[in-house]
Design a protein around this ligand. Structure first.
Ligand code: MLT
Ligand code: MN
Ligand code: ZN
Length: 304
C-alpha cells in the first residue's frame, strides 16, 4: 500500500444497540436473530481509516471494539510482544456508542485520542476513562476548521454538525440541533482524495452540505428510515428529530436534502435496528439504493 491512497474499513455499521439489539424482537431484530440472511448482524458504528494500510485512525470507539478488531486482520497486533496498528482514535461526540470502546483499549498501549475540547472534557469528567493511563494515552484537543495530521499522509478536519448533548447527560429541556463542539463531522484527506464521516446529524445546514459536496465518498447518519418509526413500531416514545437524527425518507429526509450534493459514493451508516433498510430486498432498501445510496455493513471497505 503506497502513501497515495485513502482506505476506510467499516468496523461497525449499526446505531447504538447494534443489530440485533440484546433485548429486542422488533421485526428487523427478529430476522437477525433467526439468521437466514434477510438481515445481517451489525456492530455499533465505527470506521478505521488509513493512508498507508499500516497505521490506522479509528473514527469513534464502539462498545463492540474487541469483536471489531478480531474481525479485522489489519488491526491485529503485527510485531513484537505488544503492538497495535491502531495509532489514534477520534471521537465525534460523547455518546455511549462512540466512546465506551476506549475502555477496551486499556493495557498501556500508547495511542492518541482526538476530539473537541468539549467532548474530551466529557471523557475527562468520567474517572473510569483513566484506565487509559494519561502518561501513555495522549488526549489531543482539536479546534473546528483547523486541519491536522494524526498520521503521516492523512489530513483530518473537524466541523460542527447540528446535534445535542449525549443521551446519558440529558437534563430538563434539551436543545436538539444546537451547533457547536458537541457533535462534529470529519473530513479525511489522503492521496488527493476526500472522505467525509457524519454518523449523526439533526439538520442539513449549509455548512454540512458544503462539506459533503464534491467528496469522493461520504458516510452519513442513517439511523431511522421514518422520523416516527420507533413510536409506530412500539419501540420507544421519541422521534428521530428528538434524538438528533434526520430520517432517510420524506420531504425533509436525507435522500431529499442531499440530492443536490455531488459525491461519487454516498453511504448510510449508524443504522438503527428499527430501520427497514436493513432488510435485504425490502421496499425501503430498494428505494434507498435506487436513490443512489449504499447501506454500510460490517467489514465494508472503501478504497479511494
Ligand atoms: C444516538 O445516536 O442517538 C445515541 O447513541 C443514543 C444512545 O446513546 O443510545
Ligand atoms: Mn448513536
Ligand atoms: Zn430491534
Amino acid at each position: 500500500m503506497t502513501a497515495s491512497s485513502l482506505r476506510a474499513i467499516v468496523l461497525g455499521s449499526a446505531a447504538g444497540g447494534g443489530v440485533p439489539q440484546w433485548n429486542c424482537r422488533c421485526r428487523v431484530c427478529r430476522l437477525a436473530w433467526e439468521g437466514g440472511g434477510k438481515v445481517r448482524p451489525r456492530t455499533q458504528s465505527s470506521v478505521a481509516v488509513s493512508a498507508d494500510g499500516e497505521r490506522w485512525l479509528l473514527l469513534n470507539a464502539s462498545p463492540d471494539i474487541r469483536q471489531q478488531i478480531w474481525a479485522t486482520p489489519a488491526l491485529h497486533p503485527q510485531a513484537g510482544l505488544r503492538h497495535s496498528p491502531i495509532a489514534a482514535v477520534l471521537v465525534t461526540n460523547g455518546d455511549v456508542d462512540h466512546v465506551t470502546g476506549l475502555l477496551g483499549l486499556r493495557e498501556r498501549q500508547p495511542f492518541v485520542v482526538y476530539g473537541t475540547t468539549e467532548t474530551l472534557a466529557t471523557i475527562a469528567d468520567n474517572k473510569i476513562f483513566q484506565v487509559m493511563a494519561e502518561d501513555c494515552v495522549e488526549r489531543s484537543r482539536i479546534e473546528l476548521g483547523r486541519p491536522f495530521e494524526p498520521l503521516p499522509g492523512l489530513e483530518v478536519e473537524l466541523f460542527s454538525v447540528p446535534g445535542k448533548v449525549p443521551l446519558w447527560l440529558e437534563q430538563g429541556v434539551v436543545d436538539v440541533g444546537e451547533e457547536g463542539e458537541k457533535t462534529v463531522g470529519v473530513t479525511i484527506r489522503a492521496g488527493g482524495k476526500r472522505l467525509v464521516y457524519i454518523p449523526g446529524c439533526a439538520r442539513p445546514t449549509t455548512e454540512v452540505l458544503a462539506r459533503l459536496d464534491g467528496a469522493d465518498a461520504f458516510f452519513f447518519d442513517g439511523t431511522l428510515y421514518d422520523d416516527d418509526e420507533m413510536i409506530r413500531e412500539g419501540l420507544g416514545t421519541k422521534t428521530g428529530g428528538r434524538m438528533g437524527h434526520m430520517p432517510i425518507s420524506g420531504e425533509t429526509g436525507t435522500i431529499a436534502a442531499l440530492a443536490g450534493v455531488a459525491s461519487r459514493r454516498r453511504i448510510f451508516i449508524h443504522i438503527n435496528n428499527s430501520n427497514p433498510v436493513l432488510i435485504e430486498g425490502s421496499p425501503e432498501r430498494r428505494a434507498t439504493e435506487e436513490a443512489g445510496w449504499e447501506i454500510a455493513f460490517d467489514g465494508m471497505e472503501v478504497s479511494l
